[in-house]
Design a protein around this ligand. Structure first.
Ligand code: S3P
Length: 443
C-alpha cells in the first residue's frame, strides 16, 4: 500500500488548454456504501462504475473478511452476496482501511450491529484521526470498544447483541457519523433517529431506501434534517450504477477554469445538491460551468461543460461547508487565480481530514507565492489573478493536496513540485494519465 511504497514526486507546469470529454471515476462515498449495504443485504448486489481506488478496495476486502462474498466481475463491475443485517462473521485478522476514514467509520457502524469483535486499523494518517465521534454513539447503542487509547486506531469494536435504538444529534455535520448510527440502527428493534443541524450528504439514506429499508427524512430548522429509520428490515440486493464523483471532477474542472482557452466536458457527474457547494461557489466567482444532459438515476447527474473563466474573490458562508467539505483545497487554488480576496468561513472540520487541510492548504499556496491567512477557522486567499509557483508542496499522505497542487501548476508562472503523488491512488488512480490526455503537462 502507499504507506510503505516509495514516494512518487511530480512536477506540473504551464499546460495546453484542457479540452475534450472525460469521465472521472465513480463516486467514492457511493462506492463504499454500495459494498457495505451489499454486504448487509440478502441476495446479490451488482455494482457498476465502482471506484477501484485503494480506499474502496480496502472496504471490499473488509466486507469479504466479515463474511460477504465479494467478487470483481469486470472493470468497475462487482458482485456482492451479503450476509443479512446483523449477520457478519468475526474476521480472522485486523481490518485494514488504509487511508480511508469513510470506509473505516461506516464499517464500524455496520459491525456495531453484529455480535462479533473486529479490530480496525489503518495507515499513519488514519491512525491519527479522531474516532470518538463515531464510537460515542455506537457505545450508546451497546457496542464496546477496547484496545489502544480508545480514541484512535488500532482498536477493537465488539458489536451489540441487542443494539438499542436511539435518537442522536450529530455534534458536527458529518455524513460519516450519521451513516455509522444508521448502519448500527439497522440491527436495533425499533426506531433510530438521527438529527443534524446542517444537512450532510444523504447517500446512505437514499441507498437504504433502494435496498428496502423503511427510512424517512424531514427538514428541520433552516438547514437541518431528521432521519428516521425503522430497525431490523430485510435488506435485499439491488443494482447500483455509481455516477462520477463530483469531488474528483473538481480537479480537472478547476484546471479547466484557470488554464486559458480550456473547454472541457466532464460526463456523468453526480449533482446531488448536498455535494455541489463547489460548483455554486465557483459560479459566484464567475466560472462558466454549464450543466447538460441533466438526469436522475438514484442520484441526480449531468455532463458539465467548463470553460476557462476570469474569476473574482467571494465570501463562502460556513453553512455551505458540508456540501463542499472535500473541495476547499482546490477552491483555494481557484481563489489564488481570482482577482480579489476569497474568505472561506467555518473550516474547523478541515483540521481532521486525511491531513490538517487548513494548514496544508495555506502552506501549499504560500510556498508558491500566494498571499494567504488563517483567521480562527477561516481561510482567506488574496488572489492577484496569477500564481508565481516555483514551490515544493508537501502532501502529508493526502491525495487531495497532491491533486490540488498539480492543478495549480497547470497555470502557474513557474512549475509546482509535489513531494509524493502516491496517495492519489486512494481516490483517483487515473488522475495523472487522464489529466495528461486532456492537456496537462506533468513530468
Ligand atoms: C464522506 C463524508 C465526509 C467527507 C468524506 C466522505 C462520506 O466526511 O469528507 O470524504 O462518504 O460520508 P465527514 O462526514 O467526516 O464530514
Amino acid at each position: 500500500m502507499s504507506q510503505s511504497s516509495e514516494p512518487i514526486p511530480l512536477e506540473a507546469r504551464g499546460s495546453s488548454p484542457l479540452t475534450g470529454k472525460i469521465r472521472v471515476p465513480g463516486d467514492k462515498s457511493i462506492s463504499h456504501r454500495a459494498l457495505i449495504l451489499g454486504a448487509l443485504a440478502v441476495g446479490e448486489t451488482r455494482i457498476t462504475g465502482l471506484l477501484e481506488g485503494e480506499d474502496v478496495l480496502n472496504t471490499a476486502k473488509a466486507m469479504a473478511a466479515l463474511g460477504a462474498r465479494v467478487e470483481r466481475t469486470g472493470e468497475g463491475a462487482w458482485s456482492v452476496h451479503g450476509v443479512g443485517v446483523g449477520g457478519f462473521h468475526a474476521p480472522d485478522a485486523p481490518l485494514d482501511f488504509g487511508n480511508s476514514g469513510t470506509g473505516c467509520r461506516l464499517a464500524m457502524g455496520a459491525v456495531a450491529g453484529s455480535p462479533i469483535a473486529a479490530t480496525f486499523d489503518g495507515d499513519a494518517s488514519l491512525r491519527s484521526r479522531p474516532m470518538r465521534r463515531i464510537l460515542d454513539p455506537l457505545e450508546l447503542m451497546g457496542a464496546m470498544v477496547s484496545g489502544g487509547d480508545g480514541k484512535r486506531l488500532p482498536l477493537t469494536l465488539t458489536g451489540a447483541k441487542d443494539p438499542i435504538p436511539m435518537t442522536y444529534r450529530t455534534p458536527v455535520a458529518s455524513a460519516q457519523i450519521k451513516s455509522a448510527v444508521l448502519l448500527a440502527g439497522l440491527s436495533a428493534p425499533g426506531v433510530t433517529t438521527v438529527l443534524e443541524t446542517e444537512a450532510s450528504r444523504d447517500h446512505t439514506e437514499r441507498m437504504l431506501k433502494q435496498f428496502g429499508a423503511e427510512i424517512s427524512v424531514e427538514e428541520e430548522g433552516d438547514h437541518g434534517r431528521r432521519i428516521i429509520l425503522n430497525g431490523q428490515p430485510e435488506l435485499h440486493g439491488v443494482s447500483v450504477a455509481v455516477p462520477a464523483d463530483p469531488s474528483s471532477a473538481a480537479f480537472p474542472l478547476v484546471a479547466a477554469l484557470i488554464v486559458p482557452d480550456s473547454d472541457l466536458t466532464l460526463t456523468d457527474v453526480m449533482t446531488n445538491p448536498l455535494r455541489t457547494g463547489l460548483f455554486t461557489t465557483l459560479r459566484d466567482m464567475g466560472a462558466s460551468i454549464e450543466e447538460n444532459d441533466v438526469r436522475e438515476a438514484g442520484e441526480p447527474m449531468a455532463n458539465l461543460r467548463v470553460r476557462a473563466s476570469k474569476l473574482r474573490g467571494v465570501t463562502v458562508p460556513p453553512e455551505r461547508a458540508p456540501s463542499m467539505i472535500d473541495e476547499y483545497l482546490v477552491l483555494a487554488v481557484a481563489a489564488a487565480f481570482a482577482e480579489g480576496s476569497t474568505r472561506m468561513r467555518g473550516l474547523q472540520e478541515l483540521r481532521v481530514k486525511e491531513s490538517d487541510r487548513l494548514e496544508a492548504t495555506a502552506d501549499m499556496l504560500r510556498v508558491n507565492g500566494v498571499k494567504v491567512e488563517i483567521s480562527g477557522d477561516d481561510l482567506i486567499v488574496h488572489g492577484e489573478g496569477f500564481v508565481p509557483g516555483g514551490g515544493l508542496v508537501k502532501t502529508h499522505m493526502d491525495h487531495r493536496i497532491a491533486m490540488s497542487a498539480l492543478v495549480m501548476g497547470c497555470a502557474s508562472e513557474a512549475p509546482v513540485r509535489v513531494d509524493d503523488t502516491a496517495f492519489i491512488a486512494t481516490s483517483f488512480p487515473d488522475f495523472i494519465p487522464m489529466m495528461r490526455r486532456a492537456g496537462a503537462d506533468f513530468s
